[in-house]
Every structure is written in structure tokens, then in C-alpha cells.
Design a protein around this ligand. Sequence first.
Ligand SMILES: Cc1ncc(COP(=O)(O)O)c(C=O)c1O
Length: 380
Amino acid sequence: MDKFKLIEDELQRRKSQHQLRELRPITPLSAVEVISGDRVMVNFSSNDYLGLSKHPLLQERARAFMEQYGTGSTASRLISGSYGCFDQVEKKLAELTQTDSALIFNSGFQANVTVLPALADPEGLILSDQLNHNSIIQGAILSRCKKILYPHNDLKQLTSLLDIHHRDHSRIIIVTESLFSMDGDKSDIDALVELSKTYNALLMIDDAHATGVLGAGGMGLACGKDVDVVIGTFSKALGSFGAYVACSKQMREYLINCCSGFIYSTALAPPVIGAIDAALDLIPKMKKNRKELQENASFLRKSLHGRGFNTGNSTTHIIPVIVGDEGDTLALSKQLDEAGYLATAIRPPTVPEGHSRIRLTLSAAHTQEQTEGLINTFSK
Ligand SMILES: Cc1ncc(COP(=O)(O)O)c(C=O)c1O
């Protein structure tokens, strides 16, 4: 028996179904331009929503923190890696997110995968939106308790599930994204908070794509709301890397003690913390950029609708152009590519069968000319 046969078969299956994923080397030129091969392309596939990844203040603070603390934090937070800069940033975060406290995680993926199992117990129940990100799905699997997917954003169904199950479990955790990463639509956080209170359920909101962009002071759609656990990321609009949980002091203490993803991993590198610190200083002042971003997104959506494209339920800077068939989606992505636009095709298993799409993500750094160029290419 060839021990690699299973691997080869799976790769062959993916190739034959146009599902093989491949890495594409690119070099960033600016927040919205990249070099791919020998061409300069406009990037409509990055999550750098405010163009902060190349901001001089982030670079300067990253260098300053590196000089003060070194290139690595050398241990997990609980051992000897909890440098003063973590505390400084967590205090800033708690203030900006209007919560009692915050705890930095090494990535959004790591937070979702490990916070859910820390919160769940074998008699618990996780109610998870059907379109939640893979990191939430993996976290729910690792939780080893019962899980039920409710239809996307369907609070009626969620209510009836809560009604049926709320007495049968030690605890119920409702988990959803606030802004869905592949669809660009939002969940109703106020209604979810009400439901969680009515049924005494824990509410966990993944605010990854709204952090820095939407909600009070741009600090996410869950900002200022009575949500038990909010996951935000530094890897998207904040132009850096890592994630945080915004929560009560008690929840923070619990996660420090019981969340494996926090306990058993070396703390983020000081230059990364420096970039985050600077981004958090800039976010409150970027109201105008956030407004322009949403205006640009609205213009792009309307223009695509006018040309007969389906952008699903998007109401934000994440705009799917839903094609359906995988082959057609790849062909469209290739045509956009040839015209100088990086607009990645998203296919199953990331999205359901028959829902392949081009996922467009806008940045406040895109110019009107770049967006119009993209629209004209779609027209052709
Ligand atoms: C909704 C959502 N949550 C979590 C993550 C993971 O965050 P990170 O990239 O910081 O690991 C992503 C990443 O794409 C995401 O889209």
C-alpha cells in the first residue's frame, strides 16, 4: 500500500474539479498595488481596508518597539513573554472597544479555534451561523459538544432552536460573525444580544472584518454592545497581525487560565505589537476614510448591479460577485487578471457548491480611477 496514495488522490480530485489551490507570489508596492510576475496590478483582494499596512506611523512604532523589546517575545505570556507593551495595548483596546478588558491573541484563527473549546463543556451546545468562518467551525469541532448550524442570519430559526434546547444543556453558546467575510452582509447584533439574555446563552461575535472599519469609533459592530466575547483582528483593517478578545475582566482571567491558544503559544513579536499600538492611535481619527470606503463600496455595488452582476446581500466593503459555476468564476478572475486587477476567485469548500464568486474587497486607499477601471473591465 502506497502511503502517499490518499494524498495523491485528493490532489487529483481537486485538480479535476478546478479546486486545486496554489500560492501566487506577489510583491506589495502600495496598500492597493502589487507586482505579480512583471506586471503592476491593482489589488481588489486584500483586507487592508484602510491602507494601514504601509503607514509610516505603524512602521516607525514597529521599529521603536523592536529596538526597545527585541525581535521576539521569547516565551508565552504566562512564562516570561508578558512585556509592558502588551499591557499598554490591551488597556488601549479595552478603552476603544468600550469593554472592561482585552486580551491579545496571536491570530484570529487561533482565537476562534481555541476560545470556543475553552468556553464549551461536553454537555454544552454551540449554535453557529451556517456561514461562519472556518476557524469558528474548527473551534466548534474541537469543543466536542453538540453543535447545530442555524440558517444564515435566520434569527427566527435561532430562536426556535434556543426554545427547544435551552433546558437540555449545561450552557449554550451562540456564535456568529458580525460582518460575513465571504458575503459582506451583517448580523443583527442588538437582536442577538437580546436573544442571548432571554435564553441565558453566551454570545460570541467574530468582528474580524468590521474591526477598524465599522461600528462605534470604527472599533467593530459589537463595540459598545453587551456581547460576552468579541473577537477582533489586527490582521485586516489594522494593517498588522494578531487578534484580541474584548470581554469582562472575569472572562479575561478565565481565558488566561483555560484557553490553550493563549497559554501554549509564544506571545506576538514586539514589532507587531508596535504596529498595532500605532494603528489603535490612528483608528479613532479615520472617520473620513471609513466614510469614503463605504461610499466607494456603494458606488461599486450599484455599478455592478447596473451591469447585471449579482452581489448577493452585501452592504459593505466586502462585495462578492456571485457567478455560481467554478469554471466560469475562474475564467472571470483570469480576465480581470489579464486586465491588471487582482480579484481572487473563491470556490468550494470555502463557499457552498454552486456559489463560486469573485470576492472584491475595497480599501480606502483605492482611487476612483482604479474602481472605475475595475467596473469597466467587468462591463467588457
Ligand atoms: C471571519 C474571520 N475570522 C477570523 C479570521 C482569522 O483571522 P486571522 O487572519 O487574524 O487569523 C478570518 C480570516 O480571514 C476571518 O475572515
